[in-house]
Design a protein around this ligand. Sequence first.
Ligand SMILES: Cc1cc2nc3c(=O)[nH]c(=O)nc-3n(C[C@H](O)[C@H](O)[C@H](O)COP(=O)(O)OP(=O)(O)OC[C@H]3O[C@@H](n4cnc5c(N)ncnc54)[C@H](O)[C@@H]3O)c2cc1C
Length: 498
Amino acid sequence: MKPISVIVIGAGLGGIAAAAHLAQHGVHVTVLEKNARPGGRCDRFSRDGHHFDTGPTLFIMPHVYEAEFAALGVSMHAMLDLRRVDPTYRLVFDDGSQLALTSDLKAMQDQLEAIEPDSFQGFLRYLDEGHRHYHQAMQHLVNRDFRTAGEFFNLRNLPLLFSLKPLSRHYDHMSAYFDEPRLKSAFTFQDVYMGLSPFDAPATFSMMPYTEMAHGVWYPQGGLYRVVEALMEVAGQAGVEFAFNTAVKQIELNGKRAKGVILEDGQPLEADAVLANADLPYVYQDLLPSDEQAERLARKRFSCSVISFFWGVDRPYGSLGPHTLFLADDYRANFNEITRDLTIPRNPCLYIHAPARLDPSMAPAGEDTLIAIVPVGHMSERQDQDWKVLIQQARQAVFKRLALLGIADLEAHIKFETCFTPLSWHKRYNLVKGATHGLCHNLTQLGYLRPRNRHPRYHNLYFVGASTHPGTGMPTALISARLAAQRMAEDFEGSLKN
Ligand SMILES: Cc1cc2nc3c(=O)[nH]c(=O)nc-3n(C[C@H](O)[C@H](O)[C@H](O)COP(=O)(O)OP(=O)(O)OC[C@H]3O[C@@H](n4cnc5c(N)ncnc54)[C@H](O)[C@@H]3O)c2cc1C
């Protein structure tokens, strides 16, 4: 019998992992990727011995990777040389005070109580809540899909409305644990990973600081791109075929079915099913005929974006830890300027990554490799956004913050700079509005309310990746891949290997 054939549009993490699952079920899978290499947002480049992960820098939720690698029949630990990063981050506040987030509870107690007396008890209670949120959210919302409204809105899920606190705003909810604004920001900034402001995010997301503290932040030697390489190895062994520099222009339809795709050069390719890993709102906007669903998606909330600087530096900055985060006192204004005014905050919170602290081979001996990430509003047609000016503001903000740590000479030691703006994210990976995390993860865009892994009309067109269920992040992309592949396997039941 001729095997089922599937075309996957995009070799992001979700696309590669889903392709591997399907090929392991005996499907003939071809992945078409517009760029010259796999990885999508989890990308990298090297120059003069400096190696840069251009997207993710934090390997979090290790148990999810472990389970998802196992679901692909391989051992994460055999494929990745992981090292735990502890302290995870060094947080630096506007007044120069610092907090090193560590799993060493005695060190946490000393630091927290120096900032706010008796706050350690609040911290332990917060972790306890985060623990509950993490396990319940993973079990009931993330690690499963919702095919009907009834699977989401039902009496069995009703207790989650109380236990997961989805209706409380994360930042406001922090008053139950801390009075000191610096501590409220220290344990809510992770909402940015969901593309959300802590002033909008559901309190459910206390699961993120919890998992970072309890399960750790890790680093694969060689950088985060090693995850892409490991998955490519698994996909290759399963027989997946990849075509790079191959952009899809359109998904071909026939009645209620997807027939295949048409490439940029006009070549048609047919398949029994199509799985789109490219950003879901882009797929509706650009690859499918316009309809009201595409218009509805365009009106949804999109995550913020970032301006990233990649610097090759001619001397090491050993005083900079692997992950340094500068948090602004005017935390609320900071997020309002990003999510409402769609610009760069006057005093932005920002993040600096020094990968050579974790793996010396990321920079030439005696030099340094630095990445600075400044969250900004996504692209907007309504807004006057002069990215040249915004880049300058972002760069100056980084230098100003580094002065708080006594680093005043970085600008003079930069050998070369590469900079990504929302325009780059849009152009490189077809992310709508250049929103780095795709559709937001606010309450009305989660669970059954998030676009699902199968098109509601074309039943052999599937979706995987950040803007579909369950959402953004590297480990989540792997879950999304498994759920999408499972759905396809069920739809093609009888035609696939077990
Ligand atoms: C700056 C930044 C920092 C991040 N930090 C972290 C972090 O620290 N930890 C973490 O876990 N996650 C992080 N993330 C999120 C994580 O990178 C993403 O959620 C995840 O990589 C998304 O994978 P995906 O499967 O959605 O595919 P994508 O990465 O979106 O890949 C989709 C692929 O489709 C291709 N494509 C698009 N259109 C076409 C077309 N027409 N034809 C062919 N191919 C096409 C694109 O080129 C791309 O390769 C970060 C993301 C960014 C941008």
